[in-house]
Design a protein around this ligand. Structure first.
Ligand SMILES: O=C(O)CCC(=O)C(=O)O
Length: 293
């Protein structure tokens, strides 16, 4: 049998065939803390999102803001808490994403938030080593039963600030995090030790590929000094039985209105932004206040 233990766990979605998590994928995810799915979104699906973001009228791009990495680099972000009914919402609600997250996370999930991480050529900023649950924990979430999927909008590799992960690091449990610039960074003593005994993996993605990863997986990305832009779409989910015990920045349990995979290309709506509840860092608030029942 081939020894694939040093290759990143990688799976393939066939266009037009319903994507299912196999036992092998589940096992790899449990062991490594991540799994890559090639062609999670087709070339057509990704190019429609990309074209919208590139257009001067893009409603999503109007809601972008920049964060500094504290070292001369900047990352443009767009962040919303509810998926909504526009094209970007269909991507976060479609079966191949939601069912995969539910299966890998072990139960029904709800949308926690989605963000676009837009690293421009030459100036794109870095992300410190961190675990997402390192700071989501502070939002009153009791268990690390959370998962994200990062979808490449542009091809990504280490050269243009693509993601690097530490395989199996989700098994370390939550590491202490401190503030680094405008970001949360994991205790570097632990990170250094982890890197001595665990494999660092460069996650090379082609546009449309998806990386599913556990919220305690250590990950980082460096500045993008290359001439190649690196944009990514990241949807994050929490398990329905793991809702936070207090209100905070992101969504609390809201049933996820799942749509068929065909709803992505079936959607022409790039303008309805109602109810998405965008992050507005300048005001430390959101443009959607949930109704009191
Ligand atoms: O996409 C990246 O470079 C890193 C994004 C990330 O780690 C985050 O948003 O928490």
């Amino acid at each position: 049998m081939a020894d694939n233990s040093s290759c990143p766990p990688t799976f393939h979605r066939q266009p037009g065939v319903k994507f299912d998590v196999t036992d092998e994928m589940q096992r790899d995810y449990n062991e490594s803390g991540f799994a890559i799915v090639r062609n999670l979104f087709s070339g057509d699906e990704i190019s429609r999102l990309r074209s919208n973001l590139e257009s001067p009228d893009s409603e999503l791009m109007k809601r972008s803001y920049s964060i500094s990495d504290g070292d001369g680099g900047f990352v443009k972000m767009i962040l919303w808490n509810h998926p909504g009914n526009d094209y970007s919402g269909m991507m976060g609600r479609c079966e191949r994403v939601v069912d995969t997250c539910s299966k890998l996370a072990g139960g029904e999930v709800f949308h926690y938030h989605t963000k676009m991480v837009l690293k421009e050529a030459f100036t794109g900023g870095a992300f410190q080593w961190h675990q997402d649950y390192g700071y989501w924990y502070l939002n009153g979430i009791l268990r690390p039963d959370m998962i994200s999927v990062q979808v490449a909008i542009d091809d990504a590799d280490r050269g243009n600030g693509g993601l690097q992960v530490v395989r199996g690091s989700h098994k370390m449990g939550r590491i202490d995090h401190g503030r680094v610039g405008q970001q949360a960074g994991a205790d570097l003593e632990r990170v250094e030790q982890a890197l001595k005994v665990m494999q660092k993996v460069d996650v090379d993605l082609k546009a449309g590929d998806g990386l599913f990863f556990h919220c305690n997986l250590l990950h980082t990305s460096s500045q993008n000094k290359s001439p190649r832009r690196r944009w990514a779409y990241i949807s994050c989910y929490n398990r329905a039985d793991n809702d936070s015990y207090k209100d905070h920045f992101h969504s609390r349990y809201t049933p996820l209105d799942k749509v068929p995979d065909s709803a992505v290309l079936g959607c022409d709506d790039f303008v309805t932004m109602d109810g998405k509840w965008f992050h507005r860092p300048d005001e430390s608030s959101y443009d959607y206040i949930p109704e009191k029942k």
